[in-house]
Design a binder for this molecule. Structure first.
Ligand SMILES: CSC[C@@H](O)[C@@H](O)C(=O)COP(=O)(O)O
Ligand SMILES: [Zn+2]
Length: 227
């Protein structure tokens, strides 16, 4: 029997490897609707077979992107293709560049701003945030009983190149156990072997962070009842 689902998916992956912009436009519009990319927040990128990557241009409304709202960047950070001369690469391009150079299997890197990611980044003063041992962690490939997973938390330096160099230094020494990082009071970045998987990772991270915020609210309300 012909498996139409998988052949459509393969076709989609092939098109996306040729030009990932339509996939990134659809993803950004979806994330905008979810409130994850409001007010121009966030940036999405996808890598091409030659190692260059298409990334959203800086300051664009993420709910209404067009093909001209992207810039193609080479592995060394130089601009390869710029459909619109007045556009500039995302202010956070160096973070995407660091991720692709650290993780050769990464084909997509998605960065969004969610309320809960900012709230949970304040749940620890350390540079790692422990995650609850939820079943959803299996979606990141964590297959352990009662897993002890942490997410790395980075300082939100005004100079973005400081954030990307800290990401490089830290992940070269020890890569994280899940493909997620938090920038404190700023947002989430995930990377994956495909654009589809990057979206799944964002959804998983968002679920876990929403759970953590809800659990904290219950804790606080039961403490106030006891007092
Ligand atoms: C709402 S401003 C957010 C920016 O400062 C930045 O954090 C961001 O995610 C988007 O920057 P951009 O340069 O458009 O890719
Ligand atoms: Zn950002």
């Amino acid at each position: 029997m012909v498996n139409h689902g998988s052949s459509i998916r393969n076709h989609h992956q092939l098109l996306s490897a040729i030009d990932p912009r339509p996939t990134l436009i659809t993803a950004a519009s979806h994330f905008y609707q979810l409130g994850w990319m409001v007010g121009t927040a966030g940036n999405l990128s996808a890598k091409q077979p030659d190692g260059s990557f298409w990334i959203t241009a800086s300051g664009c409304h993420k709910g209404q992107l067009g093909s001209k709202d992207f810039i193609r960047i080479a592995t060394d950070g130089t601009v390869v293709e710029q459909p619109s001369p007045e556009s500039r690469p995302s202010a956070e391009t160096s973070i995407h560049q660091s991720i692709y150079s650290l993780f050769p299997d990464a084909k997509a890197c998605y960065h969004i701003h969610t309320i809960e990611s900012n709230l949970v980044s304040g749940f620890t003063k350390d540079d790692t945030l422990p995650l609850p041992p939820l079943e959803m962690l299996k979606g990141f490939g964590v297959r352990e009983e009662n897993p002890k997973v942490t997410v790395p938390v980075f300082v939100n330096h005004l100079d973005v190149s400081r954030i990307s160099s800290e990401i490089c230094d830290r992940f070269q020494a020890a890569p994280p156990s899940v493909n997620v990082l938090l920038i404190r009071n700023h947002g989430i970045t995930v990377w994956a072997s495909s654009t589809e998987r990057a979206q799944i990772y964002l959804e998983l991270a968002d679920y876990i962070f929403r759970y953590m915020v809800a659990a904290r609210q219950i804790e606080l309300s039961t403490t106030s009842i006891k007092n």
